[in-house]
Design a protein around this ligand. Structure first.
Ligand code: FEO
Length: 393
């Protein structure tokens, strides 16, 4: 536990889940994750900020033991999801004098999910403070980063923002303070967790910027001692800005869609457009989500099968739709044998996209010369749109 001190009397006591492979049975975790919990010692009272996933609660208790923690007065629950709140019942049991401090909405969820009882609860309002003795905690409600009840806790004297999911990253690094290479981890996390709530992210950035922040201490991954890096990244990702990038994600059964995808990839590259090229078969959905954060265009390549778009490709379409990226243009390249339904399927599925649908390229079987001309036409259309919005010169 070498990397545990944030300030005098403030320590990280969370757990690393090195070999966790997936989150919510949905999000791949190539680098594991951590559940950062923090302890704040005031001269009078001690507060624990968030707990850890029950699967690794032993690490939390071991870290508390190493710091010789005999008494916890307050357990702050910034968020009710199990990866942070799941060990609250165990901590309440181990520290019978502790009060569970949270907001009204979160308290209801904690009653439902973690079965906490009313007599242990202490409800706070937005802007309330809690005095520990030389350490003052201020509660700031930040809904929808990640759930409606989410809040952050600010430690005034040390300028530490305990932000829970907000500004997090899924990584179980040996030293979570070594955040120099945070960018891609945090961007992937943003894509998977925060992207659907982009407007709330923006509002909540504005809300927490009123604080003088020296350290951003999320409850996943890196701890940011240079907070401007992650703050600026969040501002950029949650802005309306897109890049001269195309996410081209394809799936092919008999190489026809593959031939189309490879041709379009090269045609776009020839037009000075950056292409993030994914074979959906075996691709990590988190990698695709990350590139969708600021790509101007999404192109799905998939064959028609069983009277619709291939279901494995539809999983990507469904996920992309759920993440509500700021993608401005979308199109489809598809190959069919006897009945084409893909373009109808993609239109029906992308209900959350405000993107303009560029005319798809549809081939019967393997693409012929005229089909490749159509792919050039699509590449030209994408280039023209990228020029129109000013991302391609
Ligand atoms: Fe890390 Fe929404 O829980």
């Amino acid at each position: 536990m070498a990397d545990n001190r944030l300030a005098d009397g403030v320590f990280s006591v969370g757990a690393k889940h090195w070999d966790r492979k997936i989150f919510d049975e949905l999000i791949p975790l190539p680098d594991g994750t951590s559940y950062n919990s923090y302890i704040v010692f005031g001269s009078d009272k001690t507060a624990l900020i968030d707990t850890v996933d029950p699967a690794v609660k032993g690490q939390l208790f071991l870290n508390l033991k190493k710091l010789n923690v005999k008494k916890i007065d307050y357990i702050i629950a910034n968020h009710a999801e199990q990866d942070h709140a799941g060990s609250i019942p165990d901590v309440l049991k181990a520290f019978p004098g502790a009060k569970l401090v949270t907001n009204e909405k979160c308290s209801g969820m904690l009653r439902d999910f973690s079965l906490v009882s009313d007599e242990r609860l202490m409800i706070v309002k937005d802007g309330d403070t809690l005095e520990l003795g030389g350490k003052t905690l201020e509660f700031c409600f930040t809904p929808w980063v990640h759930w409606p009840e989410t809040m952050v806790t600010y430690l005034r004297e040390d300028g530490i923002l305990f932000s829970c999911d907000f500004f997090g990253s899924h990584i179980a690094a040996a030293n979570l303070f070594d955040a120099a290479h945070f960018y891609n981890h945090a961007k992937r996390y943003y894509a998977e967790i925060m992207s659907p709530f982009r407007n709330n992210v923006r509002n909540n950035i504005t809300k927490v910027e009123k604080f003088r922040i020296n350290i951003i201490a999320p409850s996943h991954g890196y701890i940011h001692t240079k907070p401007e890096g992650i703050m600026n990244a969040y501002k950029e990702w949650s802005s309306d800005n897109v890049k001269n990038d195309v996410v081209l994600a394809y799936l092919s059964m008999h190489h026809s869609t593959q031939a189309m995808a490879e041709y379009l990839r090269d045609a776009l590259t020839d037009r000075n457009i950056n292409v993030h090229f994914f074979n959906i078969s075996g691709a990590d959905i988190g990698d695709i989500a990350m590139q969708l954060v600021d790509a101007a265009t999404l192109v799905i390549g998939a064959p028609t099968v069983l009277a619709g778009l291939h279901p494995v490709a539809m999983n990507v379409v469904y996920t992309a739709n759920a993440l509500r990226p700021k993608t401005k243009f979308v199109s489809l390249i598809t190959s069919f044998s006897w009945g084409e339904k893909g373009s109808e399927a993609i239109k029906a599925a992308l209900t959350n996209f405000k993107a303009e649908l560029l005319t798809p390229v549809i081939t019967k079987g393997f693409p012929k010369e005229t089909d490749f001309e159509e792919l050039d036409r699509l590449a030209d259309a994408i280039a023209a749109k990228h020029r129109e919005i000013g991302v391609l010169k």
